[in-house]
Design a protein around this ligand. Structure first.
Ligand SMILES: Nc1ncnc2c1ncn2[C@@H]1O[C@H](COP(=O)(O)OP(=O)(O)OP(=O)(O)O)[C@@H](O)[C@H]1O
Length: 224
């Protein structure tokens, strides 16, 4: 469970998020809003990539401002652009890096990498240069890199924005199949249509918090 208690965030004099209080417990939560409304900022608060200027963000009771490392083990973050996430030149090295802090045996590391790559149709790419993967494959590798650490919750920041339709569908299926709690920021409203809950953000505030049938209509109306 992720809780935001009277959270505000400012960049210098600019107020980006204003007094947000939320309990996020549903299995699938979507976040929509206009460009610049504060969605990515809100998403980054959920695993301590950013800490609030005011208020608190608690992940299973842990304050993201004090327990950043433990929070990030529990809440993974997938960036919009996988190039920001994939740091090693070879696919298997990139996945092994995420496992380092867990101090697993060589065999366990290897077996987790295999399982992950096979599940996402990347089994043939284990020793492939990461930068030579297609856009969709890179996004899947970025997802693998987060999943391999077995977080309880994964935050996706616009996971399909850079993808063509085939890769968009592949990534959408991969996200839908996850057992974990998923919180997705997206302009792709179809991706969120069967979610449990949608938050509509406008000028740094949650202006609608409802099931998709209602919240997405509210959002379309807001944007018209
Ligand atoms: N590191 C930063 N320093 C200063 N201002 C920032 C920073 N990151 C974001 N902002 C500003 O905060 C506001 C909200 O940005 P944010 O990225 O959260 O919006 P968003 O809703 O995710 O937008 P988009 O849909 O375009 O990705 C914007 O005005 C942006 O310019």
């Amino acid at each position: 469970m992720i809780e935001l208690q009277n959270v505000a965030l400012r960049y210098g004099a600019q107020s980006v998020l204003k007094d947000i209080s939320l309990s996020l417990g549903e299995r699938r939560i979507g976040i929509v809003g206009a460009n610049g409304s504060g969605k990515s900022t809100l998403a980054r608060l959920l695993n301590g990539l950013l800490v609030p200027t005011e208020g608190k963000v608690l992940v299973d009771g842990m304050d993201t401002a004090n327990d950043g490392r433990k929070v990030r083990a529990r809440v993974g973050f997938v960036f919009q652009n996988p190039d920001n996430q994939i740091v090693f030149p070879v696919v298997e090295e990139d996945l092994a890096f995420g496992l380092k802090p867990l101090k697993l045996s060589k065999e366990e590391v290897s077996s987790r990498i295999d399982t992950m790559l096979v599940r996402y149709d990347l089994g043939a790419y284990r020793t492939h240069p990461s930068h030579q993967l297609s856009g969709g494959q890179k996004q899947l590798l970025a997802i693998c890199g987060v999943l391999i650490m077995e977080p309880a919750c994964i935050v996706f920041d616009e996971p399909t924005t850079l993808l063509d339709l085939r890769n968009r569908n592949r990534v959408a299926q991969a996200i839908a199949a996850l057992d974990q709690q998923v919180i997705t920021v997206s302009h792709d409203l179809d991706l969120l249509a069967d979610y449990d809950r949608i938050l509509v953000i406008d000028q740094g505030q949650v202006v609608c918090d409802d099931i998709p049938q209602k919240a997405l209509l509210f959002y379309v109306d807001l944007m018209s």
